[in-house]
Design a protein around this ligand. Structure first.
Ligand SMILES: Nc1ncnc2c1ncn2[C@@H]1O[C@H](COP(=O)(O)OP(=O)(O)OP(=O)(O)O)[C@@H](O)[C@H]1O
Ligand SMILES: [Mg+2]
Length: 260
């Protein structure tokens, strides 16, 4: 058996609110294999984004263990952590909030290439053009400002930035939720193509079970910070066993069973 790319066990994060402590994430364990998509679904406040932030080490857990590529990810620091971070990228719902909206597309893509020393100054314009083409955008977009391009184009730029460092895992937190249905389908197809060609794994967070059914191999359903059920994505969605799973399926808009 191959070893998992990411392995999370006993992950716990508590927050104090109004004088009492709530466990946003409570003893959660899961793993992701190379090239696999694991979806996290669950109602608002169930802990999905907190798990994303813990996995990205944007917040520290109160308990638990995260192994990334067989290393104790929580113990890494300094240059080693920076180097590993290149292999673990993220795409969020709103690229306008994630990037400086006045920055150019070229600048947004230049940063990771420069910071991680991936290409020399003279090589970078060519690399940027290639990244844009890789995500289905014209290199002519390079001088445009982030706020001037469409939401779908912006999310493609966010994906181009994420793949610039050749990551083995991308955390996507509601990355297609703000897009209209046809653009969403195009972005999902792009993600599937990239995964097939580059063997990237995704931790794919979405409240939309239709989207999850189209893209995920396995699914973890969260409820108040704990795992309510998990398994093969289509099996869980087609026959949920937990109360929260059943409620999410009932609430889902008509599920498309054909995939993107
Ligand atoms: N920085 C914080 N301080 C205090 N409480 C927090 C903080 N971040 C998250 N929480 C709480 O932790 C719980 C989980 O929040 P989280 O954002 O992970 O949920 P979510 O599943 O991503 O929800 P949504 O679907 O609305 O994005 C919520 O009760 C939230 O209020
Ligand atoms: Mg969230």
């Amino acid at each position: 058996m191959s070893s998992p790319l990411l392995s999370v066990s006993g992950l716990t994060k508590r927050y104090r609110r109004g004088g009492k402590t709530i466990a946003a994430v409570d003893n959660v364990s899961f793993h992701i294999e190379p090239g696999e998509t694991l979806a996290l679904a669950g109602p608002s406040g169930s802990g999905k984004s907190t798990i994303a932030r813990l996995v990205l080490r944007l917040v520290q857990p109160d308990a638990g263990d995260i192994q990334f590529k067989g290393e104790d990810f929580l113990a890494l620091g300094g240059a080693t952590l920076r180097a590993r971070r290149a292999r673990l990228q993220m795409v969020f719902q709103d690229p306008l909030a994630a990037f400086n909206p006045r920055a150019t597309v070229a600048r947004v893509l230049d940063d990771p290439l420069r910071i991680h020393g991936i290409a020399s100054r003279s090589e970078r314009p060519r690399r940027i053009a290639a990244l844009l083409e890789r995500v289905g955008l014209s290199p002519d977009l390079a001088p445009r400002a982030i706020h001037e391009i469409s939401g779908g184009q912006r999310q493609r730029v966010a994906i181009a930035r994420a793949i610039a460092t050749k990551p083995s895992l991308i955390v996507l937190d509601e990355a297609v939720s703000a897009l209209d249905v046809s653009v969403r389908g195009q972005i999902l197809r792009l993600l599937l193509d990239l995964q097939r060609e580059e063997r990237i794994a995704y931790l794919f967070i979405s409240h939309d079970l239709g989207v999850v059914r189209a893209i995920a191999h396995r699914l973890v359903i969260l409820d108040a910070g704990t795992i309510a059920e998990s398994g093969d994505a289509r099996t869980v969605i087609d026959a949920p066993q937990s109360a929260i799973g059943k409620a999410l399926v009932v609430a889902a808009p008509k599920l498309d069973r054909t995939g993107p």
